[in-house]
Design a protein around this ligand. Structure first.
Ligand code: AP5
Ligand code: MG
Length: 215
């Protein structure tokens, strides 16, 4: 299964990404985690991107693209991937598609986690009290959200037109979101390699919350 996550800060890319990766036994490639690891190790790349992360700005496209290309090469023989944190803009979406095509690893599903800004701010400020991520201050959280709405959200429409978009309501508790996501992905997993991309249709599960409410 090859899944990429498109979701605002705090919607649960890391949380759900880890659960999906464990369920399908594929690597969880999280661009933010990879970048923070470089910052912590003070590598040349880490020193170059640190200010971008601290301010909540995007790092240059070619940096993340190189990182993800390397991670895809490592993931090649592992049955798929969960990509968390990329693409963040239309240029990245197009470039990622070309990388995927060249490695025969284009995404089967673009999973869109939907949540309101107020809830996202609440979650990230709650995390700030525990984890001290440098970009979890209210000012920087608002900048990250603004960037999401401005340059990331438009790519959702592109995945919808490609027929690989699955949208879920991420306002519910973690276990309920996970149950719905894994049920949907599991039912698609046997089909994704059989149905050509141009014959697929996007799936909007955001209205089905109640049906998944008892888990
Ligand atoms: P990144 O690390 O990707 O951060 P983000 O997009 O801001 O998202 P977060 O990691 O904060 O949230 P999440 O969606 O993973 O939610 P989580 O599961 O943690 O990127 C950081 C920076 O790196 C960027 O700002 C940029 O500078 C750079 N970068 C990364 N990729 C890039 C790219 N492609 N191009 C350019 N720059 C890039 O959950 C959040 C909290 O909520 C947790 O405490 C969790 O326990 C809780 N929670 C999760 N789900 C629920 C739920 N359903 N109910 C209640 N609480 C929940
Ligand atoms: Mg994350």
């Amino acid at each position: 299964m090859r899944v990429l996550l498109v979701a605002p800060p705090g919607a649960g890319k890391g949380t759900q990404g880890a659960l999906i990766a464990t369920h399908f036994n594929v690597p969880h490639i999280a661009t933010g985690d990879l970048l923070r690891d470089h910052v912590a190790r003070q590598t040349p790349l880490g020193l170059a991107v640190r200010a971008h992360l601290d301010r909540g700005e995007l790092v240059p496209d070619d940096i993340v693209l190189d990182m993800v290309r390397d991670a895809f090469l490592e993931a090649r023989d592992q049955g798929g991937y969960v990509l968390d944190g990329m693409p963040r803009n239309m240029a990245q979406a197009r470039a990622l598609y070309q990388v995927g095509k060249s490695l025969e690893m284009t995404a089967n599903v673009a999973l869109h986690l939907k949540a309101d800004d107020d809830e996202l701010i609440r979650r990230l400020l709650a995390r700030a009290a525990l984890e001290h991520r440098s970009d979890d201050t209210e000012e920087v959280i608002r900048r990250r959200l603004a960037l999401y709405h401005e340059v990331t959200y438009p790519i959702v429409e592109w995945y919808s037109s490609r027929g690989i978009l699955v949208s879920v309501d991420a306002m519910r508790p973690v276990a309920q979101v996970a149950h719905q996501v894994l049920t949907a992905l599991e039912s698609m997993s046997t089909l994704v390699d059989l149905v050509p991309e141009n014959a697929r249709r996007s799936i909007d599960l955001t209205g089905l919350g109640a049906a998944f409410g008892d888990c």
